[in-house]
Design a protein around this ligand. Structure first.
Ligand SMILES: *Cc1c(COP(=O)(O)O)cnc(C)c1O
Length: 220
């Protein structure tokens, strides 16, 4: 099927209030253009170099989402234009985003990346690390960073009960943080979870943003 047909089909299965980020990593500018011509404006990339190569050649009204793990020394390359960083997972990264956002006279929205999956990976706060990060309060001293919600990934498994339980945990952490720290902040509202293999479950469990690559662009 074409990218156009894939997007149309995906949209039919996603409620209109849920945002779809088309994850275009390893796919060409032409393929992104095809999706753009279908009205898709939100794209996600997971590597800084790939993003900074693609961005200048593509339409300026694209909203670029950074979904991969982000090294501090590379924040400066995406700070001028990135729309939402899904992968804030340390105090040091927070400070660097604050610095680069200020240098660009921008406020950059970020999601707290939570590690709930049953997999070894370096990225994401454990629930307790995230609680400590919020309690420490450095984010309150970062006027150029907008904490806009949470992001998470479920374990790569066929066990859909496990996947659902992990999404439920992400939603419950969102609710906890919302109540404790962001009850009066309407900008804390996003739950980014769900990919090609599990997005329908993520939506049932409260996702407001899904990140879909393969179902739109095909296998990488
Ligand atoms: C690649 C990627 C996706 C998209 O994955 P698909 O299975 O191709 O839909 C979503 N989120 C993150 C963080 C990714 O790296």
């Amino acid at each position: 099927m074409s990218i156009k047909a894939n997007i149309d089909k995906l949209r039919q299965s996603v409620p209109p209030q849920v945002k779809i980020v088309a994850v275009s990593k390893f796919h060409s500018g032409n393929e992104i253009g095809e999706a753009y011509n279908e009205g898709q404006l939100l794209f996600g990339e997971s590597r800084v170099q790939e993003l900074t190569e693609k961005q200048p050649a593509l339409p300026a009204d694209i909203e670029w989402h950074f979904v991969g793990s982000l090294q501090r020394n590379k924040v400066k390359f995406i700070a001028p234009f990135v729309h939402l960083i899904h992968s804030l997972d340390s105090e040091r990264l927070l400070r660097e985003i604050e610095k680069q956002a200020a240098a660009n006279h921008r406020k950059i929205a970020c999601l707290l990346q939570l590690h709930v999956a049953d997999e070894e990976t370096k990225s994401g706060f454990s629930p307790d690390e995230c609680r400590r990060f919020l309690a420490a309060g450095t984010w309150r001293e970062c006027p150029h960073v907008q904490i806009a919600g949470v992001m998470g990934m479920a374990t790569y498994t066929d066990d859909m009960k496990q996947v659902r339980a992990e999404f439920r945990q992400i939603k419950s952490l969102f609710d906890e943080f919302k109540q404790q720290y962001f009850a009066h902040d309407d900008n804390f509202r996003e739950i980014s979870m769900g990919m090609s293999g599990d997005y329908p479950i993520a939506i049932e469990e409260g996702a407001t943003i899904i990140r879909v690559g393969t179902l739109i662009f095909g296998e990488r």
